[in-house]
Write a protein that binds this ligand. Sequence first.
Ligand code: AMP
Ligand code: MN
Ligand code: MN
Ligand code: MN
Length: 290
Amino acid sequence: MLDYDLHCHSSYSDGSLTPAEVVGRAAERGVKVLALTDHDDVEGLDEARAAAEQHGMSFINGVEISVTWRTHTLHIVGLGIDPLYPPLTEGLRKVRSGRGERAQKMADELAKAGIRGVLQGAYQYASNPNMISRTHFARYLVEAGHCKDVKSVFNRYLVKGKPGYVSHKWADLKDAIDWVRGSGGMAVLAHPGRYMCGRHSMGKKTMQELLAEFVAFGGQALEVVTGSHTPDQYAEFARYAEEFGLLCSCGSDFHGPGESWRDMGRLPDLPLNCRPVWESWAPAAALKVA
Ligand code: AMP
Ligand code: MN
Ligand code: MN
Ligand code: MN
């Protein structure tokens, strides 16, 4: 079986490696089909594609769009998108445009909690300043000695109810799906096990309502195997995919060495009842791989 990794980040969003470095690492780790899925930005795709060609790897244009649905922030991965499709580029530009002001507010909130100088510190980690994100804040908070690693930052800061959290309105679910599908891509609901209600995963009823809306708007797949899911969640979301007639995707959600839930590639196989997203892809993608 080919090794697919259909979700990862470069320094064009909140990853710590350049697109070429991400691709190089994926190649070393046996990935044969890779999608780069930076948050709300497609600028890294050309560099990644060129690097993938050098490594003889199949490359899929991807993006991960930030969405607000009810009170939740969701992530919609687009696979096989056309990064030049105007409604997509314009939509992403709008989604990115609120980030600067949000970052300022986050820094103000942290200052109220006694932590100063974070805005400047966070921007030092953002090689693409338009994409300033909580991850850049987290890296700076680690550097400044407030927490031992990025994971522990997200236990103490930057999340609902903790210092530095600022609510934000991202794209509408329907718009994000329209941009992805309109550009020829496939819309995937990313890491469904990470959408929380307080300290618990989104309840079954809400998840079913979300999936019903996602399907009604044209959503096509569920990310079943991802770095932040447990094996029980692989099985749980494989069942949801079956119930809602969705294809299944897999990806590491890699952000950087030593920082992510898991490294690139070598992901567990999708559960047997899953129909993989690549089932419907032209065999050319697979045939290119020697
Ligand atoms: P933003 O789009 O600015 O809200 O930042 C969201 C990013 O923060 C996600 O894409 C993750 O990379 C990171 N993040 C969120 N929660 C956690 C967590 N619990 N542990 C590690 N990284 C997280
Ligand atoms: Mn991220
Ligand atoms: Mn995500
Ligand atoms: Mn991601």
